[in-house]
Design a protein around this ligand. Structure first.
Ligand SMILES: [Zn+2]
Length: 83
């Protein structure tokens, strides 16, 4: 279990941004919750399910993506490590 299993897409504001990083080629893509909701069937998905469905759009890649929230406050522990 990770926090991705505790939050549904519909819990966010439509303007909230999510960061998708390709596990294969490292390509980073930002999507808003509103964009995902506009596809119709994402509103009741857990974030872990959204992550499982996401695929890299790079030509010839199509790798699985890692989902994260930029500036979510979840990364408090890392702040002290930035010089
Ligand atoms: Zn990729």
């Amino acid at each position: 279990m990770s926090w991705l299993d505790t939050v549904q897409l519909g819990d966010f504001d439509a303007g909230a941004r999510l960061e998708l990083t390709c596990r294969h080629c490292g390509k980073v893509r930002f999507v808003t919750v509103g964009e995902l909701l506009a596809r119709g069937d994402f509103g009741r998905l857990w974030l872990s399910e959204v992550e499982a469905r996401a695929r890299c759009r790079q030509r010839g890649c199509g790798g699985p993506m890692r989902l994260a929230m930029p500036h979510s406050g979840e990364t408090k522990g890392f702040v002290g490590g930035i010089a």
